[in-house]
Design a protein around this ligand. Structure first.
Ligand code: THU
Length: 152
């Protein structure tokens, strides 16, 4: 259950948060991870209210693996969804895992620094923090041009 501070801080309802957690948890079953056996599910709450799922997809050539977060964002972007209200990630461990460095930078491209990143553990408990805390002093699109998330 989410506390009132979390809902207030991030402008989300308790049911939006619990729905995101359920979707991220369910997304773990989509993982293709025969090598690590480490399932990661991701759910993105898009600005239009849609929730887009992702999961990790491994490869016999290990570095070719795609993380759950980048799978989910890639799906959303090519569906025309480029603005996000929250990111949810779920694994089978506790305390919860956080997005890897490459994924943090990938997320940075499409999310405001105050976007909440929810990290659920195997028992349905979460830790949440804004992207800025996971990726301090980050490099992003506005360093190269005017920020325009809707740009192609
Ligand atoms: N993994 C993710 O999907 N997201 C992360 O942020 C960290 C790692 C996946 C990649 C690989 O399939 C497995 O977890 C073990 O590294």
């Amino acid at each position: 259950m989410s506390d009132p501070t979390t809902t207030r801080t991030y402008g989300l309802t308790a049911s939006e948060i619990s729905n995101l957690g359920e979707k991220a948890t369910a997304a773990k079953s989509l993982a293709y991870c025969p090598y690590s056996d480490f399932r990661v599910g991701c759910a993105l709450l898009c600005e239009d209210g849609e929730v887009v799922l992702g999961a990790n997809i491994e490869n016999a050539s290990y570095p070719v693996t795609i993380c759950a977060e980048r799978t989910a964002f890639s799906k959303a972007i090519v569906e025309g969804r480029k603005r996000f209200r929250a990111v949810g990630v779920c694994t089978d461990i506790s305390p919860p895992a956080s997005p890897c460095g490459m994924c943090r930078q990938f997320i940075r491209e499409f999310c405001d620094l105050n976007t909440p990143i929810f990290m659920w553990d195997k028992d349905g408990q979460y830790v949440v923090m804004p992207l800025e805390k996971l990726l301090p002093m980050s490099f992003g699109p506005e360093q190269l041009r005017k920020p325009d998330p809707a740009s192609k």
